[in-house]
Every structure is written in C-alpha cells, then in structure tokens.
Design a binder for this molecule. Sequence first.
Ligand SMILES: *Cc1c(COP(=O)(O)O)cnc(C)c1O
Length: 399
Amino acid sequence: MRPVYLDNNATTRVDPEVVRAMLPFFTDQFGNPSSMHGFSAPVGAAMSRARSQLAALIGAELDREIIFTSGGTESDNAAILSALEVMPGRTEIVTSAVEHPAVLTLCAHLEKTRGVKVHTIPVDRRGRLDLDAYRTALTPQVAIVSIMWANNETGTIFPVAELADLAKEVGALFHTDAVQAVGRLPMELKSTAIDMLSLSGHKLHGPKGIGALYVRRGVAFCSLIKGGHQEHDRRAGTENTPGIVGLGMAAELASKFMDDETRRVKSLRDRLEGGILQHIPNSFVAGDPLERLPNTSTIAFQDIQGDAILLLLDRVRIACSSGSACTSGLLEPSHVLRAMKISCATVRFSFGRHNGEADVDRVLEVVPAIVERLRGPDRRSEDRQPGQCLDGARTGRHS
Ligand SMILES: *Cc1c(COP(=O)(O)O)cnc(C)c1O
C-alpha cells in the first residue's frame, strides 16, 4: 500500500530541486562565509542570493530585512524578546489564544518570570479573532503584538495587515508568525505596517532547522543569540549555509509555483472536504470556511473523542494529524480547539506540492467506514443534534 501523506502543516517533503541546490554546500562549497580567503566568497554569494529569493517571496523592500535563524520557533522568540528590549517602558504583549506554542509558551514564561502582562485575545467558534477585545487590549503599554498570519491547526487566516495598522495607532510593534502562510499566500510586506515576520523552511518544502525573521528597515532589533558578527550582528553563530541555500531555493520554487499550486491543492482539498461532509453525517469543518489556507481542512466528527481515528488511518498508511495533545496521560483537545469550544475528535488534512487525486480517493474510500466504526453500530447518527460537540459545558473542565 502506497503511503498517503496529508500532514503538510506539520512538515513537508523537501523538494528535490532544493536538495540539489544544497548538496554542493556540504562538499566543495564548505567555506565559512566570514573567512578572509577564497573559500568564503562563493558561499557568501550563495547566501546573498538566498536572501534575495526569500525577500522576493514575502515582498520585503530590502534583502537586509531578512535574518536567517534556526526556524520558526527561534524567529518567534527573537521577535518578542527583542521588542521587550527595544521598547523601554512598555511591558505588555498582545497575542491570540490560538498561537503556536513557540509564542504562547514564551509569553507564559515572560508573564511568570518577568512580570510582563500578556493579553490573550480569544477567538470565536470559527477561530476568528475577537476584534473588540483586540482593540481594547491595545494601549501605549503594549510593546509588541504577535498574531499569526494563518493558524496551523485550522488554516484560519487572520487579517494581519489591518491588525498591524491598529497596533501602530498605539505605537506598538507588530509581529506575525507566518510559518503556515509563507509560500501559500501571496504577500507584499512592504505595503503593510507589519514590523516582523517569522517563517520556517520545512513548512515550504525546504529543509528543517532553517528559518528567517523579517525585520522591517528602521525597526530596532536586539539579537537573541549573542556572539559573533554574523547577520549584521542580529544573529550570531556560523551560518547554516546549506540550509540557507535550501531555504532560498524553496522560496524561489514557492514564488514560481504559488498560483498553480494554490489552485491545484485547493481543488484537492475541496473535493476531499466535500466528499467527507457528504458521506459522513454530523461532521463539520472547523475554522473559518472562507478565510482559510487553501491546503488545510480540519474536520470535526461529533460523538468521537480522542485520537483513535488517527491510529486507524495510520494502519492503512494515511498520515494526517488531529488537534489533540496528550497531556499528562489524558487526551485533550488542543488549545486551539478548546479556544473554539470544539471538544470532539478532529482530523486535520493538510495538502502539499506532492499530493494528487489518488490521495483524495484513498481517504474518501476509508474514512466513512472508520468513523462509522468508532461511532458504534448501535448509535444512529441521524438521532443526534447537530452542534452537539460545540458544547461549552463539556470543554469547561479543560480551562
Ligand atoms: C511549525 C510552526 C512553527 C515552528 O517552526 P519550526 O521551524 O518547526 O521551529 C511555528 N509556528 C507555526 C504556526 C508553525 O506551524
């Protein structure tokens, strides 16, 4: 049985062209770009090219607005910690309830250890940000707003350009974790008020362990990693040159393929989603059905709990993920689904460049029977009320 990979929001297969571009930087082109001899020059040139490729993908004004990091997590940490340093007198952070742990865990830590006040803006049942709560939280005490561009679990897209404009009104910096959005959505950062943006190579068919932080020209920045003068003193440590070259190539391919890929992946996603909703009663899409990444479909199945569905899918070699996290031995809905008051089982199908029609066919072939089996023969799905698993009382125990 050919495996079906539908977990591209967790990580993506490295594009073969990316691998090809990287290989020389493990062999002949091994020089340290900071050296003063002939081994460094071609490596430095390749890094500059990668910076341009990435700047072009996100519509940065200048290549030097790109700082290479070890990935999305480091970029998120660097952005938020820098803001607290460069905005003296401001000790508050505004973020959302559905951010990646790279943001939320750091914020919780800062709250506990540094007395930073964190405003965590709730979302509604479709995962959309509470704009009134957002406006209320914005005050001249806020150093930085960090709101993701698109949510990794549901694909819900946040109106980051508008949110950035609002943040500017109180003089706060605006950062966005765009790890899921870069390469999937067109962006033109230079025409927005976004100050900082995080991205990661392995979510766009590039390598793991490499990412970048965009820092708008003129925005003060304090390096997270202290040491040598690499990256214009904004990220110390000898550069991950194969990774940087790979990220550059991944960015170029994303720019080149984005329009076609968006159309193709969205039509696969929509066919899968339509098929599931049609054949499985009491299932619904979690997240904003309209403002959503083209590759992501998270489907909630009422009257099923936990991850059993994933295990059964794995047995037939279909890889996807759920919004559950196993904490202290108890399977609980993720913070994202909890914030959306969804307590039943969900499955996230996330598509990428290497998926095709056959993948959709396979899933549609097996999922209805798996769901039926988990619901049990004696439980007639027609009997149940729609919206049953959107019950706030049932999720209350988690908060
Ligand atoms: C994957 C992911 C990250 C973490 O990126 P890494 O490169 O794996 O550290 C951060 N934010 C979001 C939204 C993600 O999906």
